[in-house]
Design a protein around this ligand. Structure first.
Ligand code: ATP
Length: 532
């Protein structure tokens, strides 16, 4: 699994993502999508929209306002209970989500160093001695209050018998929850953490120029509520019959206590949500169907099977409104984490909004001649998290003729640039003009770029690194010279195999159509030349 630092660095170097407000020192956990990032994320959102809305008969879309009536958030329960427990360090002042503290400690600098030492040869020979040495050297700097650093006899006692196979586990457990210290801060390894308290995740805002008289509301923490409050509008205007769904892609805001892991958790992010309304009684069936469809969707665009899994929520994890929930998890560099949640929200939201607004949110069933409040299945995905998963999964480092090649193995539909048109000689005006003309033609169908800023080998590598599936090269043969007439053909190079084919310019568009549809193998057999 690739290191997150490598992904962050590639993203910055190649214009996918930049830290927000970087020239002012950066705003923690906010990221700006750069020229390639915006194309890439737009592709993720477009594919989601096309597959879940446009290709289905039972789905329609919506684009609701980010600011909503404050009573929406009272009805939905967010004002009262959309909070996470937080804890803070008395020494360095950092805050953490209390339910994620074990993970935070596990990933902290001091605990990783401690673990590494435990797994090293010195600890295998004499664990106690190694711990003591570590405590007096590295530990003193990284975790000055760690029990073995402060050498606390209470802690030592239960650890006698270092040859017990459970020894390491026991030590780890102890350092996560050392009995005399409470939890130690993952950041400074020194301060004691405060008891957990709830912190609201809602970002408040004021609509109106004078704060005292302005309406206090919130930046929406999820796009879902914009759908629920429009249920009747959509039902009436679109004459939909159950089952049907409403989809929305848009920004959501949460005052996360511990944002981090690049774009995985930020305070401003984009969601891709569906509220699928069904007859009560058919809900469990639909829940299963949506879980399977959404699980297959990620794999359809390249996520490898071994990196994605489903996780069924235990009853005690379920939100108060949910009857069941299945997370789709991805193996991110920091471990298995939620990519999308698919919940059975029952009729909770429609009923809440009916009660609070006084407007009936019901469906008239022609068959039974009765009014029903539909149940709702909610596949709720993150556009940024999906983009991050596709990016991480596509990252490859390969060795080609003794040189390292970095490739983003994107599905062609996800790639920010589909085709790069490269002139072999930038001083030959016939080559340059032909390449620019071709690029102009290709642009009408696909996102194509023209690049003549380096040698061909380097240009190929640059395109590999941003995941461009195909490069088209115009050379002397294409345009001809005094020795030989033009053959009117161009070379197409495939990113993954680095194989090359030569095709007439007049057929370029038709060939590209097939290549974008994944038919490289067949086309290659017909037109292959040599390898890069
Ligand atoms: P988590 O447990 O990771 O906080 P959640 O269960 O609160 O997530 P949901 O409310 O189910 O998340 O939101 C649906 C989806 O929205 C998530 O699966 C994720 O893809 C995305 N999402 C939620 N919070 C964030 C965030 N802070 N940053 C980026 N994406 C997010």
């Amino acid at each position: 699994m690739v290191d997150m630092d490598k992904i962050v660095s590639l993203c910055k170097r190649r214009g996918f993502l930049f830290q927000s407000s970087e020239i002012y020192g950066g705003l923690g956990s906010a990221w700006d999508y750069g020229p390639l990032g915006v194309e890439f994320k737009n592709n993720v959102k477009h594919l989601w929209w096309r597959d879940n809305v446009q290709l289905r008969d039972d789905m329609v879309g919506l684009d609701a306002a980010i600011t909503m009536h404050p009573r929406v958030w009272e009805a939905s329960g967010h004002v009262a209970s959309f909070s996470d427990p937080f804890t803070g360090c008395g020494d360095c002042g950092r805050h953490y989500r209390a339910d994620q503290i074990v993970d935070a400690i596990w990933n902290s600098r001091w605990f990783r160093a401690f673990n590494k030492m435990l797994e090293g040869p010195a600890a295998k020979k004499d664990a106690w001695k190694a711990i003591e040495n570590w405590a007096q050297s590295e530990g003193k700097k990284l975790a000055p209050n760690f029990p073995h650093v402060s050498v606390d006899d209470d802690i030592r006692l239960p650890l006698e018998g270092a040859d017990d196979p459970k020894f390491l586990q026991l030590l780890r457990a102890l350092s996560e929850n050392s009995n005399s210290m409470g939890f130690l801060c993952p950041n400074c390894g020194s301060g004691k953490l405060s008891p957990p308290k709830p912190a609201s995740l809602m970002l408040e805002t004021f609509l109106g120029p004078v704060q005292e008289t302005a309406t206090k509301t919130y930046l929406r923490p999820e796009t879902a509520q914009g759908i629920f409050v429009n249920f009747d509008n959509v039902l009436q205007s679109m004459r939909k019959k159950l089952p049907f769904g409403i989809a929305q892609v848009g920004k959501a805001f949460r005052n996360e206590i511990t944002p981090g892991n690049f774009t995985f958790r930020t305070r401003e992010f984009e969601q891709m949500e569906i509220e699928f309304f069904v007859m009560p009684g058919t809900d469990e069936d639909w829940h299963r169907k949506w879980v399977d469809q959404r699980f297959a969707w990620y794999q359809q665009y390249g996520i490898r099977q071994e990196n994605i899994r489903k996780r069924v929520h235990e009853p005690d994890e379920l939100a108060h409104y949910a009857k069941g929930c299945v997370d789709i998890e991805y193996l991110f560099p920091m471990g298995w984490s939620e990519l999308e949640g698919i919940a059975n929200r029952t009729d909770y939201d429609l009923k809440q909004h009916s009660q609070h607004s006084g407007r009936a949110l019901e469906y008239f069933d022609e068959e039974t001649k009765q009014k029903v409040v539909p149940y709702v299945i909610e596949p709720s995905a993150g556009a940024d998290r999906s983009a991050l998963a596709f990016l991480v999964d596509a990252y490859r480092e390969e060795e080609v003729r003794g040189e390292k090649r970095v490739v983003l193995n994107f599905h062609p539909e996800l790639a920010p640039i589909k085709i790069a048109v490269l002139p072999l000689l930038k001083k030959n005006s016939a080559i340059v003009e032909t390449a620019q003309r071709l690029c102009g033609d290709l642009r009408k169908r696909w996102h194509a770029v023209y690049d003549d800023t380096a040698s061909i080998g380097r240009l190929y590598r640059r395109q590999d690194e941003v995941g461009t599936p195909f490069c088209v090269t115009v050379d002397v043969q294409t345009v001809g010279d005094e020795k030989s007439p033009a053959d009117e053909k161009v070379t197409i190079r495939d990113r993954n195999t680095m194989g090359q084919i030569r095709v007439p310019m007049s057929e370029l568009s038709a060939v590209m159509d097939k290549l974008m549809a994944g038919q490289w193998g067949e086309i290659y057999r017909e037109h292959a030349i040599n390898k890069d």
